[in-house]
Design a binder for this molecule. Structure first.
Ligand code: F6R
Length: 607
């Protein structure tokens, strides 16, 4: 994680560095810093905490310059304090880094023996000293970086400023993303297009192993073998204004409320309005010929994969395995010939999911990336891309990207079922119609927000909360628990409802709210019985169902949350929304930092 920015400008670059860092804050927010060149010296300002703290420090402690770099950190090596904050500097360079240098101990020992003294506990500082070593040996800045990066194992995106070089920043990329923004007589480096979008209309992406020299005149790209290469500049669709909160108090709430719209946008990209049928963009993958599906992701995106497993197996009649990316990449599982591997990621940069994608490609799988950032590394590396059209998701807890992933996966399931002849025309029409209703049904769910907010005070009192569900309600139970713990810091677990009596039921007493995800479907009665078992032990049930399900339960539950009645196929997409809202309102009552919860970052680019 961490966000990096670099600017070779025409005037003072400090405001642009701060603006870029604010847009990158979702990547990490435990400390931040900037460095500029002033006359012949490197000036730095760093601070623990968020960008706002750095901004105050910069305002009260004049730093200027027409060239500079900046960083917002998510700590890996060394606690988040000012000493460990980037940029790291020597007498010759200042450097910002996103990633982990795995052989830093070995490099540190070598550099110590040469007399280098380190000021921080970070792996990143070693890179600054390594480059300095080669400069001291007489290399040019470009040669020094090209030589140093060949000695660094692990992952990095780097931006480096050199004392005495007022028209040069060198960037390098391996494992962590880095982009070049083309401005008007100014050039930019940044972790993503979002950071660069206020300044640059065209963006070039560095490939794995690339390094780049930027100056006011443009950029010169080099590949891993130091050959000059072309990295085309593409127009960016992101607008500089797109990331405001509007009238919402938090990005998360805004993003929850955007769901009817963005689900509709995602659906329309896979929908033939004339026939009413699902019509995927050309994939160049024969869905009829695949023998098995493997879905791989992390966190909330993994729970999207879990919902899709139920769908692929039931609707398309094809075996589907799911895996957490950090496990899949090292497990060395045998993969079938003609297998299809699907990678799901909001950011398209999560390092474990990306490594899993590369592993699957090497193992001969056809690969599809389902990503929300169309320019992301996964989108560039997979055989085919299906973009969710959720728009930038800034709140660290994923909401709208998740429901858009589900809609997209539902469409892919229908297309696969049709290609395999596993579904009748009538059934396909029923499922397609059910998906077409999701945007308006999602708006109805949001109309019930007040009732959910009213329940939040009760949940906020709890020390532990359980979520249960069956079938596709099970991943939604897991998602509810994940959302609650990550933003309210209340301990929560999700279970398959039938699994409760195999252990977790021991946790239940009258202080434990149990959220039951129970759309009226073929397993409703089973989930209902599990709920009775909870209530018999004093558990405080909050029951989520449609009118029919809620009528069934009468007044027995502590509370009910009524959702519109929908086809069970699309129920998980809609039931994701009340669990998001509940977590949000509980977090607001608890007074946590909803958009930037402690210890987390939006984009996880380290293992
Ligand atoms: C939870 C959340 C995370 C992400 C996970 C994967 O609310 O947002 O669990 O889902 O870090 O991130 P992506 O989807 O970018 O690969």
């Amino acid at each position: 994680m961490c966000g990096i920015i670099g600017v070779v400008g025409k005037a003072d670059v400090v405001p642009s560095l701060i603006e870029g860092l604010k847009r990158l804050e979702y990547r990490g927010y435990d400390s931040a810093g900037i460095a500029t060149l002033v006359n012949d010296s490197i000036e730095r300002r760093r601070s623990e905490g968020k960008i706002a703290r750095l901004e105050e420090k910069v305002a009260g402690n004049g730093i200027h310059g027409d060239i500079g770099i900046g960083h917002t950190r998510w700590a890996t090596h060394g606690v988040p304090n000012e000493r460990n904050a980037h940029p790291h500097a020597t007498d010759r360079v200042a450097l910002v880094h996103n990633g982990i240098i795995e052989n830093y101990r070995e490099l540190a020992a070598e550099l110590s023996a040469l007399g280098h003294v380190f000021a921080s506990e970070t792996d990143s500082e070693i890179a600054a000293h390594l480059i300095t070593r080669y400069l001291n040996e007489g290399m040019t800045p470009q040669q020094a970086v090209a030589t140093a990066i060949k000695r660094m194992d692990g992952a990095y995106a780097l931006a480096i400023l050199f004392k005495g070089e007022h028209d040069l920043i060198v960037g390098a990329r391996k494992g962590s993303p880095l982009a070049v923004g083309w401005g008007e007589g100014e050039m930019y480096l940044g972790s993503d297009a979002l950071a660069l979008s206020p300044f640059a209309r065209r963006i070039s992406y560095l490939e794995e192993g690339d390094w780049v020299e930027i100056s006011r005149a443009g950029a010169i790209f080099h590949d891993e073998q130091d050959r000059v290469v072309d990295r085309p500049a593409k127009p960016t669709a992101l607008s500089g204004a797109m990331i405001g909160k509007g009238n919402y108090p938090h990005f998360m709430l805004k993003e929850i409320y955007e769901q009817p719209g963005v689900i509709g946008d995602t659906l329309r990209s896979m929908w033939n309005p004339a026939s009413g049928a699902i019509d995927l963009p050309p994939l160049d993958i024969d869905l009829a010929a695949i023998s098995r599906i493997t879905l791989v992701a992390c966190g909330t995106s993994y729970l999207g994969a879990m919902v899709a497993k139920y769908w692929f197996e039931k609707v398309a009649r094809i075996a589907a395995d799911i895996d957490i990316a950090s496990e899949f990449r090292y497990r060395d599982t045998p993969l079938e010939a003609d297998g299809l591997a699907i990678f799901i990621s909001q950011s398209g940069e999560t390092i474990d999911t990306l490594a899993a994608l590369r592993h699957a490609k090497e193992a001969g799988q056809k690969t599809i990336a389902i990503v929300n950032v169309p320019e992301s590394t996964m989108a560039r590396e997979a055989d085919a891309v299906l973009p969710t059209l959720a728009g930038p998701e800034i709140g660290v807890a994923s909401t709208k990207a998740f429901t858009c992933q589900l809609v997209l996966l539902a469409c892919l399931v229908i297309a696969t079922a049709r290609a395999r002849g596993a579904i009748s025309g009538a059934e396909e029409a029923r499922l397609s119609n059910a998906i077409a209703e999701v945007p308006s049904r999602a708006a109805e769910v949001l109309n019930g927000d007040e009732a959910i907010q009213a329940l939040a005070a009760e949940v906020a009192e709890a020390r532990d909360v359980l979520y249960i569900g069956r079938n596709t309600g099970y991943p939604i139970a897991l998602e509810g628990a994940l959302k609650l713990k990550e933003i309210s810091y209340i301990h929560a677990e999700g279970y398959a409802a039938g699994e409760l009596k195999h252990g977790p039921i021991a946790l239940i007493d009258d202080t434990v709210p149990v959220i039951v995800v129970a759309p009226s479907d073929a397993l409703f009665e089973k989930t209902f019985s599990n709920m009775q078992e909870v209530m018999a032990r004093g558990g405080k049930v909050i029951f989520m169902s449609d009118a029919k399900g809620c009528a069934h339960i009468g007044k027995e539950a502590f509370a009910t949350i009524e959702l519109p009645h929908v086809h069970p196929f699309v129920a998980p997409i809609l039931y994701a929304i009340p669990v998001q809202l509940l977590a949000y309102h509980v977090a607001v009552i608890k007074g946590t930092d909803v958009d930037q919860p402690r210890n987390l970052a939006k984009s996880v680019t380290v293992e």
